[in-house]
Write a protein of this length. Sequence first.
Length: 367
Amino acid sequence: MAKGMILAAGQGTRVRPLTKDLPKPMVPILGKPVMEYLIEHLANYGIKEIMVNVAYHHHKIEQYFGDGHRWGVQIGYAYEGVREHGDVIPKPFGSAGGMRRIQDFSGFFDESTLVLCGDALIDLDIGAALHEHKTKGAIASVVTLDVPLNEVSNYGIVVPNEEGQIQSFQEKPKPEDAQSTLASTGIYIFEPEVIDMIPPNKVYDIGAELFPQLVAQKLPFYAQKRFFNWIDIGRVSDYWSVLQRVLRGEVAQMNIPGREVKPGIWVGLNTSIAWDQCNIQGPVYLGSSVKVEPGATIIGPCWIGHGSVIRSGAKVTRSILFEYTRIAADMHFFEMIVSPNYCVDRTGETLYRGDDMAQLRWGDARA
């Protein structure tokens, strides 16, 4: 079939504070890391050998996924870092440079390889993408999506000819300068000879350096225009929006866990909810051991993580509560992402618990 490569070494600075203590591929969607959905998707298409490059908080990825046997796959890891003053610190080698290091170490990439970014949800027909890649005799393919002209400035834009062979790239062009509306999704298919073109022992990027090299040499390098769900979690606002869409049932094959006790309201085990004395309007998920006191209000879409507590008079609207978050009495959290230690609104504005400027009160529900 093919092999898989998941790029998971980035620091995820644009989604802080969500990634302060968590690698970006481990950010949860419906209680599961984003990367778990990718592993499941690869496994469903028969891709069983998967390499993952890691760096920041790498142990959290490795401890969760292990060798991959729970998903019926084999997972290997390639740590990217350096030793400075006696300490080992993470230092990614770039999306392409990390793959070259893997190849030099073991020769892993000995057949077609599907490359995915570890921070996006997809439902791509992988079989069809691989078939088109092989039919065209491509050594490299980029999966693209057609985006509205007024949104091209958010993406790397691919400019192909009529046969689909890529002629050039534009990095986030202005609409009036865009030569195409095909956005790169960060999903690639490479043949082994492409990996051999990456300079060894060098930080090297797929989009900024490898692709221009392929274009300059006029190699069989193609864009694939496909219709599929591609949900990129590049910013805090993206994460908030994804959860809203998922909870509203707009993303296929992503089922809300728990038991649906009322239309649009799901609960986990061991909950304490004053159903007759609080106002809960779905879609809402209430995780295990959640407590909702009398007089509280929850307006969905909302995800209330396990062990959380919502005090009397509190109101939570279109928000995400991570596990063990306590919302104080009479507080109103509107379109927020809340953890025991920080809360961030959908634009990325962050407050930390104990901040003198914070008018909101929340905390750790464990004590």
